[in-house]
Design a protein around this ligand. Structure first.
Ligand code: S3P
Length: 461
């Protein structure tokens, strides 16, 4: 174990090989400054994928250069798209046209990236060749059955491990047939996989989602000249229909800042007394703003300034001031609009006064790690009263600083790593994470960005 002093549990296993432990502790002064978070991860993946399937050259400004997105770029290159980073940081994608990807001559390794895996499997399902897909230990544990089920109906064949887990082989359909599919789980990845498979399929493919999930795929397909319709479903939800075999035309993309990354400096500024921070250029697509709504209900002081449109998405600058937070009741229907934000919301709840109940978190069990279990375990090690009841997470805050003083295993999960480092900024004793390396999958500049606000994380064991 790296440091007996840091842990309140002597039974902890050693950190992973080559791990890079990091510690968050109370900063010497309140957080202050203006920062700009990196590009949106979801939009970045889609920009590369649709750029690769378009005719002509797509110019992408503000692409997230995190490991997950770079995996998508490498996979698309391996299948024939030309993707380069210009000296000015603009990314250029020369597409091959819908249905124009070629068989990769090696296994495609998607690292930690569930979005790359699920969306690319969608694209591959209607390309008539065989590809082999794998990922890191976290991705190999995650369920792919949720995309294999609908994609098989197009005529694609999959050979995977038990539960459809990676590594798997996919042979795309030679004559794909369009499908109509109702999502059994609220998942933008599954929705997008089906829509992308529908792109190289003659006729109309439709997806019904009972609860709205992030709609970047639909928006961007329209931006590239694809034919997509979105209709309200009786009883709530939406039906999204894509007409197959369009000619997508290359189009410039401006990627807004990622609200899921902004969430970390945002909550840090709320819970470190006296802080005042501005986070510039944050994407505010309504399918992503659940966290802001929750924090507002908890009494957070957040002002949206300079509201505007960038690249077809609403954006604004968030001005955040620290202050007392109170507990809140978070309804299950809000989950899709903040699905990646529960670890950091739980940190805010731990610093609030009163009970916060987050309902309907079943999907957290199949993220980069089992986040429902991980949040409860980590908070409890930090002295917070927390419990899981069914699919609900209940955090009892007393308005004082959580004790902290624990070591957290991040289990290849970037968001768990960042959330617990942020908790350390407000806890009485430092909070150490066993491995900070996963942070680079979505937020490679997290540590330098936080240091611009006055936060110094301590490295080493
Ligand atoms: C994403 C959708 C969400 C989210 C993930 C990115 C996307 O996953 O957790 O980080 O880009 O479509 P699910 O679709 O599994 O909810």
């Amino acid at each position: 174990m790296p440091s007996a002093v840091m842990s309140n549990d002597d039974t902890l296993p050693s950190p992973p090989m080559g791990a890079s432990p990091l510690t968050g502790s109370r900063p010497a002064a309140p957080l202050a400054g203006v920062v700009r978070v990196p590009g949106d991860k979801s939009i970045s993946h889609r920009a590369l994928m649709l750029g690769a399937l378009a005719v002509g050259r797509t110019e992408i400004t503000g692409l997230l250069e995190g490991e997950d997105v770079l995996r998508t770029a490498a996979a698309l290159r391996a299948m024939g798209a030309a993707i380069v980073r210009g000296e000015d940081g603009t990314w250029l994608v020369d597409g091959v046209g819908v249905g124009g990807l070629a068989e990769p001559d090696d296994v495609i390794d998607l690292g930690n990236s569930g979005t790359s895996a699920r969306l690319l499997l969608g694209i591959l399902a209607s390309h008539p060749f065989t590809a082999f897909v794998t990922g890191d230990a976290s991705l190999r544990r995650r369920p792919m059955g949720r995309v294999i089920t609908p994609l098989s109906r197009f005529g694609a064949l999959f050979h995977g491990r038990e539960g459809g887990r990676l590594p798997l082989a996919v042979t795309g359909a030679t004559s794909p047939v369009p499908i109509a599919y109702r999502l059994p789980v609220p998942s933008a990845q599954v929705k997008s996989a089906v829509l992308l498979a529908g792109l190289n399929t003659p006729g109309e493919t439709s997806v019904v989602e009972p609860q709205a999930t992030r709609d970047h795929t639909e928006r961007m397909l329209g931006h590239f000249g694809g034919k997509v319709t979105v209709e309200a479903e009786p009883g709530g939800g939406r039906r999204i229909t894509v007409t197959g075999q369009p000619e997508l035309i290359a189009a410039p993309i401006i990627v807004p800042g990622d609200p899921s990354s902004a969430a970390f400096p945002l909550v840090a500024a709320l819970i470190v007394p006296g802080s005042q921070v501005t986070i510039a250029n944050v994407g505010l697509n309504p399918s992503r703003t659940g966290l802001l709504l929750c924090l507002e209900e908890m009494g957070a002081d957040i002002t949206l300034e300079n509201r505007r449109e960038a690249g077809g998405e609403p954006v604004a600058d968030l001005k955040v001031r620290a202050g007392a937070l109170k507990g809140a009741d978070i309804p299950p229907e809000r989950a899709p609009s903040m699905i990646d934000e529960y670890p950091i919301l739980a940190v805010a709840a731990a610093c609030a006064r009163g009970r916060t109940v987050m309902h309907g978190l079943a999907e957290l069990r199949v993220k980069e790690s089992d986040r429902l279990a991980g949040i409860a375990e980590g908070l409890s090690r930090c002295g917070v009263r927390v419990r899981v009841e069914g699919d609900d997470l209940i955090v009892e805050g007393d308005g004082n600083s959580p004790a902290g003083g624990a070591m957290i295993e991040t289990q290849l999960d970037h968001r768990m790593a960042m959330a617990f480092l942020v908790l350390g900024l407000a806890a009485s004793q430092p909070v150490r994470i066993d491995d900070a390396r996963p942070i680079a999958t979505s937020f490679p500049d997290f540590v330098p960005l936080m240091s611009r606000l006055g936060v110094v994380f301590q490295e080493g064991v």
